[in-house]
Design a binder for this molecule. Structure first.
Ligand code: UDP
Length: 202
């Protein structure tokens, strides 16, 4: 997709609908492939991400190499407009999480919710199920972004047979966690969702 770079940070110029279509395509491709395809990383960039990425090179590279980068916040939309490479609309993490829930429900894809405080992911799963009846929750787990827990968490995700993973460890921890484990994440797509589980349950 055409992208704009805001202070060196990539943002794809996509509508919410185009993001959904793109996610649908990525997951369908992974599901129909004989050999497992590498997991695709999804990031929603807000102004705080852009600021953090100025000093954190690893985070900036992580964003710029992601499969999809959405404009999460009016600040990003305005910056893109100022650069005369406008992005059509704001696409937030919560919006995308809800869209993913609908997408999973309509295609029988399995959604895994990782992160947030104990019990919150379960509650968020219930909210998403209310919004998208028939949604299959592959699993929920709080865990932590500590590297010592990674093997165990990835084993849980593998066992769950999830197709889509949403990680709520806050930025940049969640996005770096996904990137670090991308080559062995047993899902089609993984997205950092920040405080989205809290937002849904709040
Ligand atoms: N979180 C977590 N483990 C951590 C740090 C954060 O599970 O070690 C969760 C926290 O409970 C919250 C989310 O990560 O649900 C971060 O939310 P925040 O609003 O800070 O993230 P942002 O949206 O600003 O990226």
């Amino acid at each position: 997709p055409p992208s704009v770079y805001v202070l060196g940070v990539r943002v794809d110029r996509l509508t919410r609908r185009q993001v959904v279509a793109s996610l649908e395509h990525i997951i369908a491709l992974a599901r129909s492939s004989q050999d497992p395809l590498p997991c695709q990383q999804i990031i929603t960039v807000n102004p705080e991400f852009v600021m953090a990425a100025q000093r954190n090179t690893l985070f900036r590279q992580c964003i710029n190499q992601a499969a999809l980068v959405m404009a999460d916040g009016i600040g990003i939309v305005l910056a893109a407009r100022y650069l005369r490479q406008p992005t059509p609309e704001r696409v937030t993490g919560v919006d995308t999480l809800v869209d993913l829930a609908h997408l999973c429900a309509s295609h029988s894809y399995r959604l895994y919710l990782l992160g947030a405080a104990p019990g919150i992911a379960e509650e968020a799963a219930q909210r998403l199920l209310n919004l998208a009846p028939g949604l299959m929750i592959a699993g929920t787990y709080a865990g932590s972004p500590a590297p010592a827990e990674e093997d165990e968490i990835i084993e849980r995700i593998r066992t769950s047979q999830a197709d889509v993973l949403c990680v709520a460890y806050g930025a940049p921890a969640q996005d770096l966690w996904i990137q670090r484990n991308l080559s062995r994440l047993p899902v089609a797509v993984a997205m950092g969702v920040g405080g989205s589980f809290d937002f849904l349950t709040g």
